[in-house]
Design a protein around this ligand. Structure first.
Ligand code: SAM
Length: 283
């Protein structure tokens, strides 16, 4: 009987086409079939590396059917590479039912490692990352997002999620409505590409940056949120005098400027003044 083939889970670039391993190129060249999320997309990628190999569609809306077909092919001795449109398959991408089915069938899965946006972002963010939680894409509606963020407000470890350019600003607004405004946020956008930007700021300043700079609302985003333990929750009140000054300044300048000036004038703590500024701004 012919020996069963293996399933290779192959990572491809997340932007810069040089970010692929020799082993990944070799695997894509030598397997019998490439199962892809989007056949047209992967063909362009293959063309770039001079690979002409047979590509089949991984039926995204019927992955169980695709899994059964892949098992059959592996059993007949064919080797198959699984690829997604970008980065590591299964990471907010299709492939999980296929990989699970291959394990269930006692066949072999081989990871061919490479780019992954969340790992690239964490590696360059300068925040505590052990342990961290990956949340994939956050909910799309504002109310669901606020619930999602408030459920995570007390988590003491870092969490990471993916967001699209269409929702990044609304997402930060929702976050600022339920998380402490001094919470450290990292935005890693357009990783490995021409306009790669990695910024770490307190939430309120990140919101202002993304609101004021249209470039910060373009491209692909990884958002990293530092855990709650870094936040000083000792004193959350501000004095009537601080509130009076803050109100006057908020009428004239941005939240950040008003908070900075209030801290300078009154010598108060920044965090409660930020919180008060945000609350006053929402009224
Ligand atoms: N499988 C991919 C991986 O390994 O990272 C993720 C695929 S998921 C469908 C696409 C999302 O990943 C984008 O919306 C964005 O949030 C994030 N992403 C992908 N490429 C990125 C990049 N170059 N820079 C920042 N985020 C990126």
């Amino acid at each position: 009987m012919k020996e069963a083939g293996k399933l290779y889970v192959v990572a491809t670039p997340i932007g810069n086409l040089a970010d692929i391993t020799f082993r990944a190129v070799e695997t894509l060249k030598t397997v019998d079939l490439i199962a892809a999320e989007d056949t047209r997309h992967v063909k362009m990628l293959l063309q770039h590396y001079g690979i002409s190999n047979k590509v089949i569609a991984l039926h995204q809306h019927n992955e169980d059917k695709a899994a059964a077909e892949i098992i059959e092919k592996l059993r007949s001795g064919l080797s198959i590479a699984l690829v997604s449109d970008a980065g590591t398959p299964l990471i907010s991408d299709p492939g999980m039912p296929v990989v699970k089915a291959v394990h269930d069938a006692n066949l072999t899965v081989v990871p061919i490692v490479g780019a992954c946006a969340l790992i690239a972002a964490l590696s360059a963010a300068g925040v505590a990352i052990t342990p961290f939680t990956f949340e994939g894409f956050v909910p799309r509606t504002s109310s669901a997002r606020k619930t999602f963020f408030s459920e995570r407000a007390e988590i003491s470890t870092t969490w990471v999620f993916y967001e699209s350019c269409h929702r990044i600003l609304d997402c930060l607004h929702d976050m600022a409505a339920v998380l402490p405004v001094e919470r450290s946020i990292v935005i890693a956008r357009e990783l490995t590409k021409l306009h790669e930007t990695i910024v770490k700021l307190p939430l309120v300043e990140m919101l202002e940056l993304v609101e004021n700079d249209p470039n910060m609302r373009k491209g692909e985003f990884v958002v990293i949120v530092e855990g709650a333990e870094k936040i000083d929750v000792s004193d959350n009140t501000i004095t009537p005098e601080q509130e009076r000054i803050l109100k006057l300044l908020l009428a004239e300048c941005s939240v950040k400027k008003a908070v900075d000036l209030t801290v300078e004038i009154t010598g108060g703590k920044k965090k409660p003044i930020y919180q008060a500024a945000l609350a006053l701004n929402e009224k």
